[in-house]
Design a protein around this ligand. Sequence first.
Ligand code: FPP
Ligand code: MG
Length: 323
Amino acid sequence: MNEFADYLARELPKIEECLREHVAELNPYVRPAADHVLAAGGKRLRPLLTILTARALGLGEDEDVYPLACSLELLHSATLLHDDILDDAALRRGKPAAHTVFGTTHTILAGDALLALANSMVARYGKPVLTECLSNAIMKTVSGEIQEIAHIRDVALSMDSYLEIITGKTACLIQSACQAGALMAGAPQALADAAGDFGMNLGIAFQLVDDALDYTSPKEVSGKPKGSDIREGKLTLPLISYIASLDGEHRKRFTQAFKDDTLSEDQLVSALAAVASGGYAEQTRDMAASYLDKAGQCLEAFPDSAEARLLRAALEGMARRDK
Ligand code: FPP
Ligand code: MG
């Protein structure tokens, strides 16, 4: 077993145990939807990042970082419960999305309860900087999401706005996962900043890869239907690049139909194929690779340790990610 797999095998059961223990605090009416989203799996990337960053920056193995780490996973789970309602998504991680099982009202409230539980778990550390770190993550995630919604079917979306959206809705939470670890370790400001920058660049790369996979990864692998973004009216980098490649008349016809949500199934299928064959998903992955390089540079400030090496290995895993 390699070093990374070994570490995961040791840490994942502890993360799962901590999640189970805390979700058990929830009201029995809330629990089924919360259990549903957590049982569907997930990579537990955010808690792992908190644990690795904290230990890479000096936190002892005997210090209880798990509730802090798991609060980030609970916040992430809350956003997914709400996101699948907003996107009217039927599947999450290959399973029926919670709102299709428990109804919209119930699922919104379960998301709120998970959010409150995450806050409470962090507040119990009695460290305002940690509470502020989580609150920032919540505020920025919501802002990114609302900005994305404001630009649905907006074919004039600029590259800068697209990057602002993915930074807000995805990268800021991953940034906070790393910052939280650094704060818990009491790292000096320069290292806490490096940890935050590492998370930010990794998070942007994560969403770029996600946006590429939406055009290339089959449902059986990703757990969500291929082509969801174009159907949901989301302008992501592969589609932005594809539209830019079209000649005048074709571009006009395509963008008008996309804007009006009148693309036929045939048009959707051929646009999906054109994005894949034109290399636009690959280009998006190339851009992700440049953010992963920047994330790697941030790690140069970290003292050498098993955890710092594992954070670097996480970058390689992200570059290869297929689901
Ligand atoms: C997935 O993006 C969604 C997010 C990264 C963020 C969702 C955030 C909210 C709904 C904001 C408010 C929620 C709370 C509880 C603070 P995606 O739809 O592109 O990816 P997907 O294909 O995995 O659904
Ligand atoms: Mg979604």
